[in-house]
Each structure stands twice: as structure tokens, then as C-alpha cells.
Design a protein around this ligand. Sequence first.
Ligand SMILES: Cc1cc2nc3c(=O)[nH]c(=O)nc-3n(C[C@H](O)[C@H](O)[C@H](O)COP(=O)(O)OP(=O)(O)OC[C@H]3O[C@@H](n4cnc5c(N)ncnc54)[C@H](O)[C@@H]3O)c2cc1C
Length: 363
Amino acid sequence: MVGGGHAHVAVLADWIHNGIPAARATLLTPSRTLRYSGMVPGWISGQYSRDDGLVDLAALADSAGVDLVLERCEQVDPEGKTARASSGTVISYDLCSIDTGGVGRAAQVLGDDARILDVRPIDRFVDRIETIGTPAHVAAVGGGAGGVELAFGLRNRGGSAPSKITLVAGSEGLLPTFNNPARAKVANELCLQSIAVIEADATIEDGVLRAGDSAIGGVDLIVAALGSGAPDCPRESGLACDDHGFIAVDKFQRSTSHPHIFAAGDVAARQDCVVPHSGVHAVHTGPILADNLRAAAAGLPPAKSYTPRFTNLYLMSTGRGEAIASYGPFAAQGRWAAKLKHWIDTRWLNQYADLSGTKQDSA
Ligand SMILES: Cc1cc2nc3c(=O)[nH]c(=O)nc-3n(C[C@H](O)[C@H](O)[C@H](O)COP(=O)(O)OP(=O)(O)OC[C@H]3O[C@@H](n4cnc5c(N)ncnc54)[C@H](O)[C@@H]3O)c2cc1C
């Protein structure tokens, strides 16, 4: 297994319950833990402590009897059936599953600027947020749920909230994939919390952050939440990829070019239907991937496929004890929604904490 992402956590759980479907299995991933990014805005606003929302990959691998190699994967050779780790260690495989997530897009979209703090990789983002002190003016770039929640989180960062926050939402506007009532509630809450919104694309020209034609002066931190970009590794490894560089997979999460390679989560792109890159889908794909890996290891054709629901519930924390819920054409806001978000998040985490002995409070 390459990458300890949200889908692979479910695979490890399956292997703990039902045994490893092979003589030997290895997890190649750089960190002992996986950080659940949905809780990061809550950590910034003081709802959670830094270590809340961590899945203990090392403990899960240990319980499953999986060898753990704490390194980044640099290359997956689909012909030679090897994966090369950053130290040069080479791991041979018969079957490979990839769940390494996406990479940040700030460098690609905004270029190089010392003020930029990309939300990916999420662990580095958390490390850097701890050291930023109290910036006077933060620009959050990205009008999706991540950018919105981070803006709310920063506004409510007790004792060290920036005095000014500007959300540069992009030319498609605030939350372009959400329904109008949810967008209106978020816009209203941003206004109430004195977060300025500019619906234009951000660029940096001659050291000046711009939103469309306007210069945004005095910005000392640029938080980039621009969605998942594709890592270089899949394309460089010769795997079939979509136009953006994500691993092309069929409905069984199997590489369209190399059927002994599976991929899930943000690094994968389903070719038979559109599955947006988000944690919800990575999580739901996990048990499907586990079943298909088990079948493939037994020499059987994979049979399970993840079908995204027609609509999903999204819950965005306002940083002030409430959340804004969006479901199909409906939207609502309240403390109950924040409680529901906490319950859903901790329920997911506790499935794995139970297996690794690190349970969190879901009340
Ligand atoms: C601030 C923020 C809030 C979010 N909130 C939500 C939310 O509320 N709901 C939602 O659905 N989505 C949310 N998302 C999106 C969500 O985080 C991602 O879609 C989700 O993490 C994707 O899961 P994944 O398994 O593909 O990858 P990841 O969770 O990114 O996991 C990838 C794993 O692979 C490892 N890895 C990375 N590179 C390598 C390598 N080269 N070799 C080996 N291992 C590697 C990493 O260390 C990590 O363990 C949010 C994102 C952000 C930034």
C-alpha cells in the first residue's frame, strides 16, 4: 500500500478483522499518523487540540501485521512491480494500492512567494500555522468549503486572530458547487464576521496579491486552499492518468492501464463517472477498495464499485459553535449542525481509534 490516506485506513481495518489477503503486506507512507483535515479549521478556532483528528496508522498497521515503511514513495514501477521509497529502498509487490492524496496547487496558481501557506500537505500546514504569530492581514485564497472554513477558523483564533481577513473566492464565486441557500448563509456569516469576500481569481504580480484587477495591499499571510492537484509520481511512473495527472481508474478503483494497481482518494480519477475529490468520497471508497483488493489477491475479478450518492451532506463550521449544513437544495445553520459535524467526524475517527486504542470524545 502506498500512502496512508482515508481509503487505506479502511483497508487496514479490514485486514485487522479478516486477515491480510496475501503472504505479506507493506504500507509505505511518510507519517505515523493521518490527519483528518475536516477538524483542522476547528483546531484553529480552539474547538480541538492539535492531536485531535489523528488516525494512528502505525498502530493500525501493527495490529494488521503490515510492515510499515515511514518514507515517501518516489516511484511506482508498474512493469517491474516495484515501489521506490525516498531513501532508495525498493519494495516489490504483486498487487499495489495507491492512496497518497493530492498536492497543493498554490505554486502552480500563485507562483513563488514567501507569504504563501498551502493547506497541503496538511501536516506542514498545521506546523506552520502554529508559528505564524498574529498576522495583521490574511488573505484566504479559494472559495470552496476549505477556504471558507479556514477563514472562519482564523477569524476565531482566540488571542491571535488577524485583524483583517480577505477571502479571494475565485471568478466562479463563493462555493460554486453548493446550493444557493447555503451560499447565501455562508455569505451572510462571512459578512457578520467581517471577512471581506472578493469574487475574482487571485494572482501575484511583482510581489503584489491581486484579485482580478484590484491589488490587495498589506497582506502578510496568504492561505491557499485551492483544491487537490495531482502529484508527479503517477504520470512519471507510466500509469494511465487523466488530463490533470490523476491516476485513471475504472469503477473497481483499478488502474485502466495496469490492472494489478489500484488507486483511491484524491489521487485517483474514476473514468466511468465523476467522483469529486473530497474526503467524503475517499472515506466511502475505502471498504470497496478493501473488498476488491481481497478479490484480486485471491485471483478473482474485483466486483465492488463505489457509487456516489445523488447528494451528500456538507457541514461547514463557522468557528463560533455553529455550522452551516448543505444537503441537496436545502441549507440550515445552527449549533445542532456543529454538534452533528462533531459527531460524524468523531464517529469515523473512533472506528479506527477503537482498533488502535486512542478513542476520542464524541459527545
Ligand atoms: C482544511 C481542509 C478541510 C477539509 N475538510 C473536508 C471536509 O470537511 N469534508 C471532506 O469531505 N473533505 C474535506 N477536505 C478534503 C479532504 O481533506 C481530502 O479530500 C481528503 O484528505 C483526501 O483523502 P485521501 O485519502 O485521498 O488523501 P489524504 O487524506 O491526503 O492522505 C494521503 C496520505 O498519503 C500520504 N502520502 C502523501 N504523499 C505520499 C507519497 N509520495 N508516498 C507515500 N505516502 C504519501 C500522506 O502522508 C497521507 O497519509 C478538506 C481539506 C482541507 C485542506
